[in-house]
Write a protein that binds this ligand. Structure first.
Ligand code: ATP
Ligand code: MG
Length: 571
C-alpha cells in the first residue's frame, strides 16, 4: 500500500520554522542521536482519526521527511476493551489519504507485551515494583492531592520473592479483574501525582484484538508508551501537552531499566471552533445516531471531511498555517475552510447545477432544437479545457434567480428585465405563470440570437449572469447540504444539566432530492471535486448509483475568512 495522494516533491515538508524543528536542528548539530531523526505516530485504535490527528501526522511525518528521517506507525493498543480492527484499518487508510507512508514500519504496542512483562519482572527484582491489593478506589484515596502527599500502600514493602510469585499468578489468571495491580515503587510524596507509585499492570480477563486471550494482565499506557518508543529507537517522541507531566515517569522507567532513551517533546493539541475533537464523544454521536456514521460528512474525522470534499492538500496547508506552540488555544474553523476553498478553487471543475428549480420557457427558441455551447472547465487552470453544454427551449434556473417584484439592488430575472445566461444568450423575461396558490411555477422569456456566447454585438450590458440547465438534458441528483454540526463555538459548553449533544445543530443536514445538473455530471466519479457555479463546492458521494449521482456540499463559495483577514489588515 502506498499513499493514495502522494505529496508533491516541491511542497514544504513541515511549514515555517517551529520550536520542535529547532530542537531537531540542534540535536543534529550536536550529534545527540548520531544524526538520526526517527519519529512515530502512535494512535490508539479506539476511534477514527480526526482533524487534530492530522496536525500530529503532519508534524511527525513532515519533520522526519524534511531531515531524511523515518516515521513509524504504531498502534498503542494496550486497552483491549475499546479497540477494534475496524479502527486499525481506517487509521491506515486515512494516514495514506493524507499523503503519508510508514514504509512498512507498522508496529503495535501489543507486539511488545512479552518484553514489557519481562521488564516488569526486572523492576520487581530490583525492588522497584510491587504487587498491590488495594482496589482502584483505594488507590485513588491513597494518592493524595496536589496539596497533600499520598499515603504508602500497606503492600508496598512486600518482599521481592512474594512480588514475583504474585505477579506470576496474576499472569496465570488466578485472580479476578481489578483485585490486584503491579505498581512502580517511586515516591508517594512526589509533587507530580504521576510518580506516586503509578499502576504498571492491571488484571483484565478480556480478549485483545491481536493477542486474543494470551494475556489477562495488561500494561497501562504509561508503562507501554515510553518503552515502545525506546524499542523502536525513536529519537523525537512528539506528543501533546497533557503528557508533559507524564514525561518524568517515562524517563524514570527507561532509566531504571537502563534502556535507550528517546526525547519527548510536547506541543499544543489542535482545537477548532464549532468542532468536537474527543474520540469518546464522537463515538457517542455515532452510537446514538446523531450522525450517519464515523464518515458522516459533518464529522471532524478525516473519513468524514474526505467524504465532505476537503482535500489532503488543504489540510496540510492548514497545519502549516496554524504552526506549533506550547500553549493550547482554539483555532477558527473559518481558517480551515479558507484553506479548503483556496485549494478547491485550483482543482475543482466548474459545472452548472440548479438546486431549487424554476422552469423557464424561451418562447422564440425553435421547438426541438438543441445547441452545444462551449463552457470553461476551470478559469484558474487553462489545462482543464472546455466542455459542451446543451441548450434548448426549456431550461431550469434557481428559484432565487427570479423575482416577480424585484427589490432594489436585485438585478437578476424579473418581468421586463434582461439577463445573461452563463455561456449562453441574453434573455428577457416576458411573464410568469402561477399555480392556484399564487406561486410562480414557470417563467416565460425571449432570447436574442445575436448574443450567443454571452455578448451583445451592439455593446449593451446586463447587470446579472445566471446559471441554468437544459430541462430535457438534465441529470437528476440528490444533493446534501451541510452546516456546522454544533451551534456553539465550544460544543462542550452545554447549558446546566445537559451534555454537549444539547448544542447539536438541528439544521446541520438538508437533503434536496431532485436537483438538476448539466449532463456532463452523469459520469461523475465518487470523490471528484466540483464547483457548482455561483453556489458552492461539491464532492461526489460514494452513495451515488449509475445514473443517479449524490453530491455533498463541501462549502459555500463565500470565504468569510478572507474577508476577516482583509478587515484586519485595514485596521
Ligand atoms: P482523543 O482525545 O481524540 O481521544 P487521543 O490523544 O486519545 O485523542 P490518540 O489516538 O492517542 O488520541 O492520538 C494519537 C496521536 O495524535 C497522539 O500523539 C496524540 O497526542 C495526537 N493527537 C490527538 N489529538 C490531537 C489534537 N487534537 N491535536 C494534535 N494532536 C493530537
Ligand atoms: Mg490517547
Amino acid at each position: 500500500m502506498n499513499p493514495s495522494n502522494p505529496i508533491p516533491p516541491d511542497e514544504p515538508k513541515s511549514g515555517p520554522s517551529n520550536f520542535i524543528r529547532d530542537i531537531i536542528v540542534d540535536d543534529l548539530k550536536t550529534g545527540k542521536f548520531q544524526g538520526r531523526v526517527h519519529t512515530r505516530f502512535p494512535p490508539e485504535p479506539n476511534g477514527y482519526l480526526h482533524i487534530g490527528h492530522a496536525k500530529s501526522l503532519w508534524l511527525n511525518f513532515g519533520l522526519a521527511s524534511e531531515f531524511g528521517g523515518k516515521t513509524n506507525l504504531r498502534f498503542d493498543d494496550t486497552n483491549p476493551e475499546k479497540e477494534e480492527t475496524e479502527y486499525v484499518d481506517s487509521i491506515m487508510e486515512m494516514v495514506h489519504w493524507l499523503g503519508y507512508d510508514w514504509e512498512g514500519r507498522l508496529f503495535y504496542a501489543s507486539d511488545y507485551f512479552q518484553q514489557l512483562y519481562e521488564w516488569a519482572v526486572q523492576l520487581i527484582k530490583s525492588g522497584k515494583a510491587y504487587v498491590c491489593d488495594l482496589t482502584a478506589d483505594q488507590i485513588r484515596q491513597y494518592r493524595g492531592t496536589l496539596t497533600e502527599p499520598g499515603r504508602e500502600s500497606p503492600y508496598r514493602n512486600r518482599t521481592v520473592e512474594e512480588n514475583l510469585e504474585l505477579f506470576e499468578r496474576m499472569r496465570a489468571g488466578e485472580f479476578p479483574d481489578g483485585s490486584r495491580t503491579l505498581r512502580a515503587k517511586i515516591d508517594m510524596a512526589s509533587p507530580n501525582l504521576n510518580l506516586r507509585d503509578p499502576v504498571m499492570y492491571r488484571i483484565l480477563h478480556a480478549e485483545h484484538h491481536r493477542t486474543g486471550d494470551t494475556w489477562c494482565i495488561y500494561p497501562m499506557y504509561d508503562f507501554a508508551h515510553g518503552q515502545s518508543d525506546s524499542i523502536e529507537k525513536i529519537t523525537h517522541s512528539i506528543c501533546t501537552l497533557e503528557f508533559e507531566d507524564h514525561r518524568p515517569l517515562y524517563d524514570w522507567y527507561v532509566e531504571q531499566l537502563g534502556i535507550y532513551h528517546p526525547q519527548q517533546i510536547e506541543f499544543d493539541r489542535l482545537n477548532l471552533t464549532y468542532t468536537m475533537m474527543s474520540k469518546r464523544k464522537l463515538l457517542l454521536l455515532v452510537q446514538n445516531g446523531h450522525v450517519r456514521g464515523w464518515d458522516d460528512p459533518r464529522m471532524p474525522t478525516l473519513a468524514g471531511i474526505r467524504r465532505r470534499g476537503f482535500t489532503p492538500e488543504a489540510l496540510r496547508n492548514f497545519c502549516a498555517a496554524i504552526g506549533v506552540s506550547k500553549t493550547t488555544g482554539i483555532v477558527e474553523l473559518g481558517l480551515l475552510e479558507h484553506h479548503v476553498r483556496e485549494d478547491l478553487n485550483k482543482r475543482a471543475l466548474r459545472v452548472m447545477a440548479v438546486l431549487r428549480t424554476l422552469k423557464v420557457v424561451i418562447d422564440n427558441y425553435p421547438e426541438g432544437q438543441t445547441e452545444e455551447l462551449d463552457a470553461v472547465n476551470n478559469p484558474e487552470d487553462a489545462s482543464a479545457g472546455t466542455r459542451k453544454v446543451p441548450f434548448s427551449k426549456v431550461l431550469y434556473i434557481e428559484q432565487d434567480d427570479f423575482r416577480e417584484d424585484p427589490p432594489k439592488q436585485y438585478f437578476r430575472l424579473s418581468p421586463g428585465r434582461e439577463v445573461r445566461l452563463r455561456y449562453g444568450y441574453f434573455i428577457t423575461c416576458t411573464g410568469a405563470v402561477k399555480n392556484q396558490a399564487g406561486e410562480v411555477v414557470e417563467v416565460h422569456c425571449t432570447y436574442d440570437p445575436a448574443t450567443r456566447g454571452g455578448n451583445a454585438p451592439d455593446g449593451r450590458k446586463v447587470k446579472a449572469t445566471i446559471h441554468w440547465v437544459s430541462a430535457q438534458h438534465a441529470v437528476s441528483a440528490e444533493v446534501r447540504l451541510y452546516d456546522n454540526l454544533f451551534t456553539r463555538e465550544n460544543p462542550s459548553d452545554a447549558p446546566e444539566g445537559q451534555d454537549f449533544t444539547a448544542n447539536l445543530n438541528p439544521h446541520s443536514l438538508e437533503i434536496l432530492h431532485d436537483a438538476k445538473l448539466e449532463p456532463s455530471l452523469l459520469e461523475a466519479k465518487a470523490g471528484a471535486y466540483y464547483q457548482f457555479e455561483r453556489l458552492a463546492y461539491f464532492c461526489v458521494d460514494p452513495d451515488s448509483t449509475p445514473g443517479h449521482p449524490v453530491f455533498n456540499r463541501t462549502l459555500p463559495l463565500k470565504d468569510t475568512w478572507a474577508k476577516i483577514e482583509k478587515r484586519d489588515k485595514r485596521k
